[in-house]
Design a protein around this ligand. Sequence first.
Ligand SMILES: NC(=O)c1ccc[n+]([C@@H]2O[C@H](COP(=O)([O-])OP(=O)(O)OC[C@H]3O[C@@H](n4cnc5c(N)ncnc54)[C@H](O)[C@@H]3O)[C@@H](O)[C@H]2O)c1
Length: 248
Amino acid sequence: MKLSFENQVAVISGGASGLGLAIARKLISNNVRVLLLDIDSSGLEEITGELGEKANSRVLDISNEESVQRIIREIIEEYGSIDILVNSAGITGNTGIMSHEVDSVDMERVFNVNFKGSWMLSKYIIPYMLKQDYGRILHIASIAGKEGNAGMLAYSASKAAVIGMAKVQGKEYAGSGITVNALAPAVIRTKMVENMPEEQVKYMTDKIPMKRCGTLEEIANLAKYIVSPENSFTTGFTFDLSGGRATY
Ligand SMILES: NC(=O)c1ccc[n+]([C@@H]2O[C@H](COP(=O)([O-])OP(=O)(O)OC[C@H]3O[C@@H](n4cnc5c(N)ncnc54)[C@H](O)[C@@H]3O)[C@@H](O)[C@H]2O)c1
């Protein structure tokens, strides 16, 4: 059992941008050593130096199993342990289209990153967490996975799969000191959202009862709690961050 964040090591996928980067900043300010994993090499290069000595990074496509396995092995060799995994890497795929218009290649690509990539990282990190009887895993899902956003079949279905994975893993490791949870945000203005059709973003934002988007600070604060030692009796759960859109 860990009592504080002191000397902990966190792996954050999608750490070069948006939610992953905000969570990285928050954990670093709480003395966690952070490994950012991202497919975007120039984005990683740009921010890693700025984050200071507690941050390091590796370029990784999380949908490539061999690369995931190799990078995790290298991180363990260098750091000795991994205490926290935050899976934030994700893509929307094509949006603003009806289910019958969805391309099967796009569907596969979205599942490979959002579901399979998150599973791969947990698959290769959990054995090390089991050895130390401690771990905190946070999969970033989405309100789309709870409710289904029209026009976003691939994204919504892949995020529902992520929520399902958190439920399964929460139960599987409940006796081990590892907690596994998901987080389902509504809309936060990041690069991902900027790249979506404005009509699709309006559709999602109009459904938020608070009538505003969430902020990166709100995400980072909740994520920090979820991966903290204090979050010791909640597992398999999907935390809400939707300004009242989902009340379950
Ligand atoms: N922004 C929102 O409104 C919102 C809402 C709900 C859920 N989410 C989820 O939050 C997570 C972060 O999204 P964001 O808004 O910060 O987006 P973002 O685009 O700013 O960041 C996502 C990061 O993932 C990286 N990435 C994409 N594919 C990858 C791959 N194959 N391997 C490694 N890295 C890869 C990107 O390079 C990028 O740096 C995603 O899983 C997203 O689905 C976002």
